[in-house]
Design a protein. Structure first.
Lengths: 276, 276
């Protein structure tokens, strides 16, 4: 593992690190904020999964999450959204290929050689983190924005008991029924739609639900609202009697100004579960 | 004036606007955050001047200032750091030309045709702002980072009575004695050093001081500490018996993580003066 940078922030350290990944076959970069308390012992970990076009850096510099994580005594990890670099397939569209891994394991050429973000985020990166940093594996929570909200919800429901709480900002809620999903799943997973359901939050909610609290925030002026389909997830949550909140926030759009406005409440929500 | 974007943020609006500038002879872009209270009447205004290589956007997306400005009921304006565009002189160095206006009126060719950032920030932009937005002209404060801290300090001391308070993050404190200053002043103002003193915070402090509170934060691990010379300003403040605080913050560097860590305290500092 290489240290790219470490900056003091809010009494803790905002680091950026890279490492060769077996899952993706590339060098992967991630950000990790450690609060001051990590100097004295293991601290809880909040996963922040980012959206389309993002790297590890966007949330790290724009969300303001460190302010609240420092206060609560929680670490935050910011994984990249896809493999990158020479030899890694890409597509001219912003929503396919590099920057658009969709947190799945691709099975179709040419993507299947590197695009294994599910394994990277759920297996390889956690092992690296818990072996390297003072993080408390039993105290994990997960959140994300847009494509990262999709990742947070699907991963949380697929690993029962791993995450105490899950939240999302403007998540892609029903990708199998949206052009933010169908296009990418066809490319990464193939035309057989039965292979897609494991990566659809609304389907997983119907089938499994989540054993903990859920918090979803969605802006009413989001320019991508029709692609996100929060109504599908809300319906599934209601049918399943899933405990959780789906909030429509008046006038907010899809930008990081929306995320930074509500990140304080999301950290407080996760802190309540992590320190329960 | 053109509206580039408006995003709801923290109950208010983060806007980006552009307008043709007489001072610079170019189209100039700025950001303006208006808190919710601006819907009902005029609100105080905090100026945030940015550093080398920055545009209007860096502090707007990275500092997190809006969170605290919204809570206090203060607007924040983010001017650009230089004229830009075709026909505007530039230099391959990051610290001269576009992105490096140093908040001066250049008198030397080729810079003197466009690089009139002093007039832009102290005269033209204020007039535009107070004519266009619900801002309270008698309630202004000013802050900035690095080159923008230099701008904030020199402008605050040059317009007695205009600003209630001034603060800075890692400001260039003594540019006439630093390579962050001598190089640019030679280019913009010429070799006659008597023309430079009006743009040197330590000199102005000796000569005039500031009729209000001053707050300076400086990281002890700042990679540019030798160029910033906070000791010169601290000495001048002490000699003048200027009221104010110069704080050395252990372990912090020159990045926006330093700014975002302490911006909450700077907004509280300005709010105390603006609502006094």
């Amino acid at each position: 593992m290489k240290t790219i940078s470490e900056n003091r922030a809010f009494g803790g350290v905002q680091g950026v690190y890279s490492h060769p990944s077996e899952a993706t076959g590339t060098e992967m970069t991630f950000g990790l904020f450690l609060p001051e308390g990590a100097e004295d012992g293991r601290v809880p970990l909040l996963w922040y999964l980012s959206g389309l076009t993002c790297t590890h850096e966007n949330a790290m510099v724009k969300s303001g999450v460190q302010r609240w994580a420092a206060e609560a005594g929680i670490a935050v990890v910011f994984p990249d959204t896809s493999p990158r670099g020479e030899g890694v397939p890409d597509n001219p569209a912003y929503d396919l290929g590099q920057g658009a891994g969709f947190y799945v394991n691709a099975t179709q050429a040419p993507w299947n050689t590197h695009f294994r973000m599910w394994d990277y985020v759920t297996d390889e990166l956690p092992r690296l983190l818990f072996n390297t940093f003072p993080l408390a594996e039993p105290a994990q929570a997960i959140t994300g924005h847009s494509m990262g909200g999709h990742g947070a919800l699907t991963i949380a429901m697929s690993f029962p008991g791993r995450f105490r709480s899950v939240s999302a900002f403007a998540p892609i809620c029903n990708p199998t029924a949206s052009e933010w999903g169908r296009k990418q799943f066809t490319a990464y997973l193939g035309a057989d739609e039965t292979q897609w359901a494991a990566y659809d939050a609304s389907s997983l909610m119907k089938k499994r639900g989540f054993d903990g609290p859920i918090l979803i925030d969605q802006g009413t002026s989001d320019q991508f609202l029709d692609l996100l389909k929060p109504e599908s997830l809300a319906t599934s949550m209601s049918e399943r009697r899933q405990s959780g909140s789906c909030r429509m926030q008046k006038g907010y759009d899809h930008s990081y100004f929306f995320v930074s406005t509500f990140i304080e409440e999301h950290v407080a929500f996760h802190a309540a579960a992590l320190f329960a």
